[in-house]
Design a protein around this ligand. Structure first.
Ligand code: FAD
Length: 461
């Protein structure tokens, strides 16, 4: 692999000469902060970190990596639990300095660079009372989330994040800057809406926005864990017929005091004024005896930060997830029983519901094929002491295995941890996989962009 080992300052001097961002080597100030991503389980040491500021930096960094046979990892927001944004020994092309945002309120459009996170996205667009579906945690990167599909508090109204995506600027394996949209390189644009970082380095994204906020009805209402089953049954009843302007996230969590007190919670977001949505919010408000209730009018950008403190950078994380069609009593029972015995007081289980705008696209319309009503179950195992790794990971796997008979085929690549099989990645794309592989052959036939949920070129099988 790396043919100039170890890389020192003299090796990178020609790259640094015109570089607008920063080139970091081991021992440099900022190297250790930059190489660490959200998941503390990932502790890798790239030979070079290229912190790009402009597109030309990305092109030069890519050329340097290829000339020196360095493995390439691309970092957007650094949230991917599998840690594909960073590699040992190779080059991390870090886009997190690229945070330009340009809102056109008249056309209800925004273009953001690839280092922007959802907090920054919302901050810029909410100035104009505009938004689209983004991640539920503000520090998640726009880039990785969008390239993988993207769902969140506005999915019912705006669809998946890719449903609002209008164009992507991308740097190819040959270092060319290309645009992808319905009008230009339409095939590539199809693949970028769900196919991840498999085809090149995306440097900016353009989205349609809708009039949403700045105030929505949202927040968390939490019940004692003894009401776990009834809370998920309420979710099941409410989601049987949900208007587009109400999306409800639910699940099990712990109080943040470290005492291990378990909670069942509903986190709705009503972004419109339909009578049906208001009636559902009223129904939630009159349910049970909450131990905490901040459900009410709140800024959309504050709702987007509601989980932030509960999922800090560098905690240890391991995720499993699946799609299920129905929240049956059996599924609810498994979730409740398993959560009751989970080993860490930081662990969570999220139940995310799909309805409304996400269902109004064909499976083949974009690379991301999941267009069925139902739920995503996300098992977020979270702890801090490495000696607890094995039992937390074992618990997550066991929970996932128990859910398997109830799950749909398919998976969300953005929720996959590092140990998913090639078959499961393939299943995540369903019938769209062969077309994605053809695109891979066209744009990255030697698989230089492989640190992702990888679509191998056809020659590789
Ligand atoms: C706390 C937390 C909350 C989350 N909430 C949600 C949620 O509400 N909804 C949801 O859909 N998902 C959510 N996710 C999952 C999220 O979509 C993925 O983790 C996603 O990969 C994050 O993107 P990123 O840019 O932050 O990640 P990174 O780790 O930087 O990148 C992820 C992958 O994409 C590639 N990549 C990143 N940027 C580029 C680029 N510009 N060009 C090409 N390839 C690139 C990377 O190489 C890597 O393979 C959440 C994750 C976390 C940790």
């Amino acid at each position: 692999m790396n043919i100039i080992s170890p890389i020192d300052r003299s090796n990178v001097a020609p790259l640094e000469e015109s570089f607008s961002g920063q080139i970091l080597l081991s021992g440099d100030d900022g190297y250790d902060i930059s190489r660490r991503i959200h998941n503390g389980m990932i502790d890798r040491r790239p030979a070079v970190i290229a912190r790009c500021a402009v597109n030309a930096d990305v092109v030069d960094a890519l050329a340097f990596a290829l000339e020196n046979d360095l493995e390439i990892a691309i970092r957007g927001g650094g949230h991917n639990v599998a840690g594909r944004a960073v590699c040992d020994d190779g080059m991390m092309i870090d886009l997190s300095l690229m945070k330009g945002t340009w809102v056109d309120p008249k056309r209800r459009r925004v273009r953001v660079q690839a280092g922007t996170n959802w907090g920054e996205f919302n901050r810029a667009t909410q100035l104009h009372g505009l938004a689209t579906t983004g991640g539920a945690v503000s520090s998640t990167g726009v880039a990785g989330l969008t390239l993988g599909g993207g769902f969140g508090f506005l999915s019912g109204k705006c669809g998946y994040t890719i449903d609002s995506l209008r164009s992507v600027e991308m740097i190819t394996a040959q270092g060319e800057v290309v645009q992808a949209s319905d009008e230009e390189n339409a095939d590539l644009f199809w693949g970028l809406r769900g196919g991840g970082g498999n085809f090149g380095i995306a440097t900016s994204f353009e989205f349609d926005l809708q009039a949403i906020g700045p105030t929505v009805q949202g927040g968390m209402i939490a019940y004692p864990f003894s009401a776990a089953r009834e809370t998920l049954r309420l979710l099941r009843d409410l989601t049987a017929d949900l208007p587009d302007d109400l999306t409800i996230l639910a699940g099990f969590t712990h109080t943040r005091d470290g005492q291990g007190t378990k909670l069942a919670a509903l986190v709705p977001c009503q972004c419109g004024s339909s009578a049906e949505a208001s009636a559902s919010i009223d129904r939630i408000k009159s349910f049970g005896t909450p131990v905490a209730d901040n459900l009410g009018p709140m800024p959309y950008s504050a709702l987007n930060q509601i989980f932030d403190a509960g999922v800090p950078k560098l905690d240890l994380y391991y995720w499993k997830s699946c799609f299920i069609e129905k929240l049956s009593d059996d599924v609810i029972g498994i979730l409740e029983t398993q959560f009751a015995r989970c080993p860490s007081p930081k662990t969570k289980i999220f139940v995310e519901h799909f309805h409304g705008a996400v269902l109004r696209q064909e499976r083949a319309a974009m690379a991301f094929p999941h267009r069925d009503e139902g739920y995503s179950i996300l098992i977020i195992t979270q702890w801090t002491d490495p000696s607890d790794n094995d039992r937390n990971i074992a618990w997550a796997r066991e929970t996932y295995d128990l859910l398997a008979p109830h799950s749909r085929e398919g998976a969300y690549t953005n929720y996959m941890d590092d140990d998913e099989s090639k078959t499961r990645v393939r299943q995540a794309f369903g019938d769209n996989f062969p077309r994605l592989q053809m695109l891979k052959d066209q744009y990255d036939p030697t698989n230089i962009f492989h640190r992702n949920q990888n679509i191998p070129p056809s020659a590789a099988g």
